[in-house]
Ligand binder design. Structure first.
Ligand SMILES: Cc1ncc(COP(=O)(O)O)c(C=O)c1O
Length: 394
């Protein structure tokens, strides 16, 4: 045992990480340092302070204050082997900055077909406009990705499990191919967080979180992060500074607050979501359940091999009916809110139609559930009521 924080369990790590005494000043939570202007003693001080690397030094508000540095440091500490973390005002902003830090005109990006829709929109929009092409790949491709790599392929963007459909990718196999061919890898790790899948330790170059979800945990803040592997932080930070990216200290403070309970929340999300997924799988009204911990989910074996557990988001398909019957089901739910995002303490349900923007054929209409921290029995009773409404509509 080295006695370092890396030896502690996830619950202990999220409680301790980022709380440097010089940033907390003795109080438990790093306070909110709001700033644009930083005042200097004299011109010499101003000139001296601007020299060299301003990392973790008060310089100008856009370069951050201890409030942002503390959360960034905490997220770095949760990814063994990571070099540093940059924070952004949303998860999508984090995805964009990471990609722009690496890609140049003429490059090709390999993007998983099951990626979050706005990630795909970025590839088809801004990246395309700047001369970067995108090739979509099957989330279950594994080492077969080698065959897609051409002379201008520069990077691979993974998201595992996939948005809406939850295919689990063979990240280690894809990373091994990328490393052998000199490609940069990104992983949208929002579903698992570093606690369930320590991406940097598995060789991923950039681990991206929509902190809006589990880090914040209370559905009241937009926030994103990119954690960089060895040798990857400087270019990320440079690009992010050039893009003018800065996450608000108030939002980072709430992010830090949320982080302290993330491990225990994730355990409850996992337990409740699994109980509900299994209950749904046994229902005659359900065609299939797409939860990585269930064998019915594509890539389930990879999930069992690679993940430390599951979080609280999954999808299922109703056995029959169309748009109206699915809406009748969702509208009948009383405890599940109807709304975007996830990772907060409250349960949510939305209709999900992966076929819309995707290459793969996806005829099924899905319901995506975010299982919150309510009592499972109450959530199941709510789902029972919704099935009754669905049966009446069929
Ligand atoms: C997997 C995934 N990545 C990224 C994002 C984007 O995060 P944000 O909403 O904070 O921009 C989301 C949001 O739903 C998401 O589900």
């Amino acid at each position: 045992m080295s006695g370092g924080d890396g030896d502690y369990g996830p619950g202990t790590q999220v409680v301790r990480a980022g709380r440097r005494p010089e940033w907390t000043g003795g109080v438990v939570n790093p306070p909110v340092w709001r700033a644009s202007t930083i005042l200097y003693d004299d011109v010499a001080d101003l000139r001296q302070n601007g020299r060299g690397d301003t990392h973790h030094r008060l310089y100008y508000g856009r370069r951050g204050t201890p409030t942002q540095w503390s959360l960034a440091d905490a997220l770095t500490a949760l990814e063994p082997g990571a070099e540093g973390t940059f924070l952004y005002p949303s998860g999508v902003a984090a995805v964009a900055a990471a990609l722009l830090a690496v890609l140049s005109p003429g490059d090709e990006l390999l993007l998983v077909d099951s990626a979050y829709e706005p990630t795909r929109a970025l590839a088809n929009g801004l990246l395309k406009r700047f001369g970067i092409t995108t090739r979509l790949y099957d989330p279950l491709i594994g080492a077969g990705i080698a065959e897609l790599i051409g002379p201008v392929t520069r990077a691979i963007f993974m998201e595992s499990p996939g948005s809406l459909t939850f295919e689990v990718q063979d990240v280690p196999a894809i990373v091994a191919v990328a490393q052998a061919r000199g490609l940069v890898t990104f992983l949208d790790n929002t579903w698992a967080t570093p606690l369930l899948f320590p991406a940097i330790g598995r060789g991923v170059d950039y681990s991206i979180l929509a902190c809006t979800k589990y880090v914040v945990g209370h559905s009241d803040v937009m926030l994103g992060s990119v954690t960089a592997g060895p040798g990857r932080f400087a270019s990320l930070r440079d690009a992010s500074f050039q893009l003018g990216q800065v996450a608000s200290p108030d939002d980072c403070w709430l992010g830090s607050r949320g982080l302290r309970t993330m491990a225990i929340r994730l355990r409850q999300h996992e337990e409740s979501a699994l109980a509900i997924a299994r209950w749904l799988a046994a229902r005659p009204e359900v065609a299939t359940v797409l939860h990585p911990a269930l064998p019915s989910c594509p890539g389930h074996e990879t999930f069992v091999r690679d993940f430390g557990g599951a979080s609280g988001l999954f999808s299922f398909a109703l056995a029959s009916g169309g748009e109206a019957e699915r809406a009748a089901f969702i509208d009948a739910l009383a405890l599940f809110g109807i709304g975007f995002s996830w990772g907060g303490y409250e349960s949510l349900a939305i209709p999900a139609d992966p076929g819309r923007g995707r290459d793969a054929d996806w005829p099924q209409r899905l319901v995506r559930l975010q299982i919150g921290l309510e009592d499972v029995d109450d959530l199941i009773a709510d789902l029972e009521r919704a099935f009754a409404a669905w049966r009446a509509a069929i």
